[in-house]
Design a protein around this ligand. Sequence first.
Ligand code: ADP
Ligand code: MG
Length: 245
Amino acid sequence: MGNPIIELRDTAFTAQNKTIVRGINLALNQGQTCALIGPSGGGKSTVLKLAAGLILPTAGEAYFNGQGISTMTRQQTLVFRKEAAFVFQDSALWANQNIRQILELPLKIHFPSISQRERTQRIVEILALVGYKRDLDIRPAALSMGEQKLIAFARALTCDPSLLYLDEWTESLDDTSARRMVRLVKKRQEAGHTIVFVSHNLAVIKELAQRICMIVDGRLALDISGEELANNDNLSRMIEKGIAE
Ligand SMILES: Nc1ncnc2c1ncn2[C@@H]1O[C@H](COP(=O)(O)OP(=O)(O)O)[C@@H](O)[C@H]1O
Ligand SMILES: [Mg+2]
């Protein structure tokens, strides 16, 4: 099995006197694809951000390759940030930057020595991959939610991360774009990359996830394999209904 690439050990996250998630234990091996499911407000995005080191647990610890994320040196953090890319539920693009600037930033941080020409080439390649066809000189506000998601996806892929965190990533996309993103993720999966995603889309979950974790009221309520989901019609129906209960 080897050591987990990502591990949450008894983690909790409290903000504004509210415990949002607690007692979360989750270990993912390199190359695993894990879907986080559950009702809205249950804590899926919080668990995803803890696993990505974007927020630090208020109890317990999150680990990347055995290293506690909260105790990383600046250099270790930089390596982790290059390897681990995140697509936010709301895309979270810089409002005052144009698309070119948004996509250049990770390359400037993680590949400071490459030329402007190489950066442009990489950006054009990535945009073709995600199927974005509009201008590079416009700002996010001029884009639809779906187009913003494509840019968020493109930004996440610019530095060729080995770990991908995707939060409700097909939700605002049209069917063609959603299919294209699923294919892109599948390719990365086949290349041995590690993927953690939040989704309410049963077909996407069944197609990609080897492991499914359900977060309810801030707790890990269920942790099953893709095969177990395939054989569990009740759970499939719950996911299709948005696990509203
Ligand atoms: N930093 C925060 N401060 C206060 N409340 C938060 C914070 N982050 C999340 N929450 C709240 O915690 C709950 C779970 O949030 P979230 O992880 O986004 O759930 P999900 O992604 O499953 O919908 C929500 O009610 C949300 O408003
Ligand atoms: Mg969420």
